[in-house]
Design a protein around this ligand. Structure first.
Ligand SMILES: [Zn+2]
Length: 255
């Protein structure tokens, strides 16, 4: 299986607004998001951490995703031009000429070709022609959140505004395995790491933080403080939101 060239890791935070509705205690309103694009074959192609705080956060997030998808696709297109043909060294060429087994299907070679990575130019091994044709990097941008059913509710409610070709693999009316639009796919890391963030961060090596290199690179000496769950000031934000709402009302009244 080939590694996905680009993934985008994201998270939302929300205000919890008291609701007078009989069956709904609080309304969740997304106030911010943060994401980072990570490249599997060249870390210099990673994006910076993008943080947005403000109104219409979900719509802004979807706009950002479309821009990131274009950026990633352009990078891959340029690399495919650059590495269109395989370049083998002498050792690899000799190995290919004596090869009997396809490195993809592990069966006998049929119409042998030199399989190479079109994003790095690296020779991968001898392959059947048919296997080689089907062995391609995805052009999809894979977006990952932990317990994405929560974040996904917000995205699904706005996705129709910007996207076409919307598909969803749902397990119920409120839960889903994955969904996608226009080559941007959303999956849930909870499906692979079946524990809460609180539990997961406790398993990190508190000396090296080797499992979370991107978080460590960003926060540096403050990494210890960021690996703890339960410090987000939902109530303070709620008060701030209500205050902003009050100030906007005052401004409106002044006008
Ligand atoms: Zn094969």
């Amino acid at each position: 299986m080939l590694a996905v060239p680009f993934i985008l890791v994201y998270d939302f935070e929300s205000f919890l607004i008291p609701n007078k509705h009989e069956t709904m205690i609080e309304k969740h309103v997304v106030n911010s998001f943060c994401y980072k694009v990570i490249c599997s074959f060249d870390s210099s192609l990673n994006s910076e951490l993008t943080l947005y705080r403000g109104p219409n956060a979900v719509d802004k997030f979807l706009e950002c995703l479309q821009a990131e998808k274009k950026r990633c696709n352009l990078i891959m297109w340029k690399l495919r031009q650059q590495y269109e043909f395989p370049k083998l060294n002498v050792e690899e060429e000799l190995s290919f000429r004596s090869a009997k087994t396809c490195h993809i299907c592990k069966g006998e070679l049929v119409n042998a070709v030199r399989d190479h990575c079109h994003l790095t130019g690296k020779y991968r091994g001898p392959a059947c022609n048919d296997c080689n044709i089907n062995f391609q990097n995805t052009k999809d941008l894979i977006c990952i959140a932990h317990n994405a059913n929560y974040d996904g509710q917000f995205i699904l409610s706005r996705i129709h505004k910007v996207g076409k070709n919307i598909k969803c693999i749902a397990t119920s009316e409120e839960k889903f395995m994955s969904f996608e639009f226009d080559g941007i796919k959303f999956i849930d890391s909870f499906k692979f790491l079946t524990a809460s963030l609180d539990t997961l961060v406790k398993k990190h090596n508190k000396l090296t933080y080797a499992n979370i290199p991107h978080t460590k690179a960003y926060f540096k000496d403050l990494i210890y403080y960021t690996c703890q769950k339960g410090v987000y000031p939902y109530i303070r934000n709620r008060l701030r939101h209500l205050m902003n709402h009050y100030l906007r009302s005052m401004t409106f009244m002044t006008i």
